[in-house]
Design a protein around this ligand. Structure first.
Ligand code: PLP
Length: 273
């Protein structure tokens, strides 16, 4: 199901700058019992992305109304929202009047086994690096070539996620998720000022940590620190929190802190519906 600029269509003009240049932003939202979860937070990140890319942010009340309308009769689904700079301009030069394109699409919820949540997943380190670019760091812009190259590195279905390093050997995030490690009772997550996407679930996890007085550090993490973690997990809006039970040859237990954060996330999700 699609909603393109408020109409039930899905054919975007080939001159759209989203198609031409990846000149846009997107959000991927979990839908549960007809509700787009944490949609207010997604809109805040989208607005920040629009501000950074200088795309006029579509009216949030309108986006909210359209999102709710599209999700209404879905028990569980994934809602994707894209906002592009629309058509026009010459080459990279922007048109004087920017008329953004907004596209909602509703997709079936992926059939991930429940064990990914309960027992954890296997992960690997990717060769593909994330480049450093503070002006694009944190936002969910439409240029995802590094993640695509990284995801193309493995076909083995027993591995669910690849961890990506930046060009200075710091582990930043997964190809589609943010990364947390637990060490000696403290929670660590890499800073995202140079690269990476500031995840909605990452933000929630950080708020939970504060609430339960779990020491939290936004701090650069290298490969050795990741491999020596007591607990390890990745997060995103669709998967929630997946513990990592194996990274390369290293095996991890699903720890109590990961479980606690999963419980808090589930409670917060239920409060949204
Ligand atoms: C590269 C990357 N990092 C992090 C995330 C997590 O973001 P969120 O928690 O907002 O889903 C995603 C989500 O798709 C992602 O693609």
């Amino acid at each position: 199901m699609f909603l393109l600029n408020g109409e039930h269509r899905h054919c975007v003009d080939v001159s759209d700058r989203g198609f031409q240049y990846g000149d846009g932003l997107f959000e991927t939202v979990e839908v549960l019992q007809g509700k787009p979860l944490f949609f207010d937070r997604h809109l805040i990140r989208l607005a920040e992305g629009c501000r950074r890319l200088r795309i006029p942010m579509p009216d949030t009340a309108l986006l909210d109304r359209e999102a709710r309308q599209l999700c209404e009769s879905s028990e569980r689904a994934v809602l994707k929202l894209m906002v592009t700079r629309g058509s026009g301009g010459r080459g990279y030069r922007q048109p004087e009047q920017i008329v953004p394109t907004r596209l909602f699409s509703l997709h079936p919820y992926p059939d991930y086994p429940l064990q990914f949540q309960t027992d954890g997943i296997a992960a690997r380190f990717c060769e593909q690096r994330l480049s450093l670019n503070p002006s694009l760091a944190g936002i969910k812009h439409m240029n995802r070539l590094e993640q695509i190259l990284a995801r193309a590195e493995w076909q083995d279905d027993s591995i669910q996620e690849g961890l990506m390093l930046d060009t200075q050997d710091r582990v930043v995030e997964g190809t589609m998720s943010n990364l947390f490690i637990v060490k000696s009772g403290s929670l660590y997550t890499p800073p995202l000022g140079q690269c990476g996407v500031a995840g909605i679930v990452r933000q929630l996890v950080m708020e939970f940590a504060q609430r339960i007085k779990l020491p939290l550090f936004e701090q650069a993490i290298d490969q050795t620190a990741v491999l020596h973690a007591d607990e390890l997990f990745v997060s995103n809006s669709v998967i929630g929190i997946w513990p990592i039970k194996r990274l390369e040859a290293q095996v991890f237990n699903v720890g109590v802190i990961t479980r606690r954060l999963q419980d808090l996330l589930n409670t917060a999700r239920m409060a949204e519906v």
